[in-house]
Design a protein around this ligand. Structure first.
Ligand SMILES: CC(C)[C@H](C(=O)O)[C@@H](O)C(=O)O
Ligand code: SF4
Length: 466
């Protein structure tokens, strides 16, 4: 029978069928400080060992300071969480990249960067944005803390198979429109729960033309459409990206690995449960106006009115969102003043994101009432950016240049917004209070975030640079 890439990866990892569920083998387990303490405590209480410490990799990212390398820089609670991860990794012989290590960074940035993620792998992490790694044609998804314990103990996980959704982005993107705009437009079309119960495969010319880092931005936000995972079939770009990465297959296994990877495409006659198509040419730079990522419009569109929605739930949610966001129906984006700009997160903190942001930043100055920070996704990204003097451009424009971590994406450290603050953010979640109680988040691309910093309100980034 014709198979999708999802079917192929799934079938290659079946350990045992358990009634409706399937026990899957897990190839990579990524861990961070927030979702592991109880998992390790469970193991330790039962005197169990980690089954495959060599397939498990840890980093510190959520609870760390972006101003200091000291573990206690954000208080004793955060320090305890970080120290617990360090102790657990040491006790179980797990490779950890702690603060100060050259490989440290946001878990979903360092995995790909180190070459840990290969096409066809199953990848899990106690973190909902694990779908990022689907950009490599891996089946990657977030798991809960009790599942983290199960994977640590057995290197397997019980799962039920999701439905399949094909999202095709046909044709070429307009100049100056980014991967972030594609994924926001997709979520705008299908809704923030539109892919619940599905694994998405992204395809089409606009997706094939994206770089690996841009594909990560797309897959990263699959969860924001409700999907279990999102993936993209590997191609020559995937192979080139992995070549010579630290954890790429060794020279003697490389050719075999590549020929296996090349088999990981969806058969032309495979059937999806749902198919969605977008025309790339219709996508404009996107901004969220509401409190879920599906409440999104183009820069040239005015803030919608609740009356624009036929569905009573959507209507009510628009009323609530406009109130929380302090926006009026019909308002245009040039009238929406921002107080903060955050460039970072596992969605948009890679070197290509910073290059794109710096290009816009070079053409102006951050408005004086705005606090604007750039938080690279990893030490390696930071070092590369500094090598290219991007930090110099950002600082000259009035941005703060910080240490890597999750930072203001969710404010588990001290990068927290105050009630009423309005932030143009390159992250992936705009829930009420996500960046601090009472704060207002607008999700945008790196280019659009910088354009907001330079104008003081929202503006089309395509008018800058070039
Ligand atoms: C802290 C962690 C459990 C959480 C997640 O799973 O997504 C975080 O990364 C987030 O983005 O909200
Ligand atoms: S950067 Fe944000 S979304 Fe990504 S793992 Fe960290 S907190 Fe979660």
């Amino acid at each position: 029978m014709a198979q999708t890439i999802y079917d192929k990866v799934w079938n290659a990892h079946i350990v045992e069928q358990l009634g409706e569920d399937t026990l899957l083998y897990i190839d990579r387990h990524l861990i961070h400080e927030v979702t592991t303490p109880q998992a390790f405590a469970g193991l330790n209480e039962n005197n169990r060992k980690v089954r495959r410490p060599d397939l498990t990799f840890g980093t510190m990212d959520h609870s760390i300071s972006t101003r200091s390398l000291a573990l206690d820089a954000c208080g004793p609670q955060n320090k305890l969480q970080l120290q617990t991860l360090a102790d657990n990794c040491a006790a179980h012989n797990i490779q950890l990249y702690p603060v100060g290590h050259k490989n440290q960074g946001i878990v979903h940035v360092i995995g790909p960067q180190l070459g840990l993620i290969h096409p066809g792998m199953t990848v899990v992490c106690g973190d909902s944005h694990t779908a990022t790694h689907g950009a490599f044609g891996a089946l990657a998804f977030g798991i809960g803390t009790s599942q983290v314990e199960h994977v640590l103990a057995t290197q397997t996980l019980k799962q039920s198979k999701a439905k399949s959704m094909k999202i095709e982005v046909a044709g070429k993107l307009p100049i100056g429109v980014t991967a972030k705009d594609i994924i926001l437009a997709i979520i705008g079309k299908i809704g923030h729960a539109g892919a619940t119960g599905y694994v998405i495969e992204y395809c089409g010319e606009a997706i094939s033309e994206l770089s690996m880092e841009q594909r990560m931005t797309i897959c990263n936000m699959s969860i924001e459409a409700g999907a279990k995972a999102g993936l993209i079939s590997p191609d020559q770009k995937t192979i080139d990206y992995l070549k010579e990465k630290d954890f790429a297959p060794s020279k003697e296994h490389w050719d075999d690995a590549v020929s296996y990877w090349q088999s990981l495409t969806t058969d032309s006659d495979a059937i999806f449960d749902t198919v969605v198509t977008l025309q790339a040419k219709d996508i404009q730079p996107q901004i969220t106006w509401g409190t879920n990522p599906g409440q999104v419009i183009g820069i040239n569109q005015a803030i919608p009115s609740p009356d624009d929605f036929d569905d009573p739930i959507e209507k009510e949610s628009a009323v609530k969102a406009l109130k929380y966001m302090g926006l009026e129906a019909g308002q245009t984006w040039d009238n929406v003043k921002v107080s903060h700009v955050f460039i970072g997160s596992c969605t948009n903190s890679r070197i290509e994101d910073l290059r794109a942001a710096a290009k816009v930043a070079a053409s102006g100055k951050v408005k004086s009432h705005i606090t604007a920070i750039v938080v690279p996704g990893s030490v390696a990204v930071k070092e590369q950016a500094e090598k290219e003097a991007l930090d110099v451009i950002f600082k000259a424009a009035g941005f703060e240049w910080r240490l890597p971590g999750c930072s203001m994406c969710l404010g588990m450290n001290d990068d927290v917004l105050q009630p009423g603050d309005r932030c143009a953010s390159t992250s992936n979640r705009n829930f009420e209070g996500r960046q601090g109680r009472g704060s207002r988040t607008h999700l945008v691309s790196p280019e659009m975030a910088v354009a907001a910093a330079l104008t003081g309100s929202f503006a089309d980034s395509r008018q800058f640079g070039e």
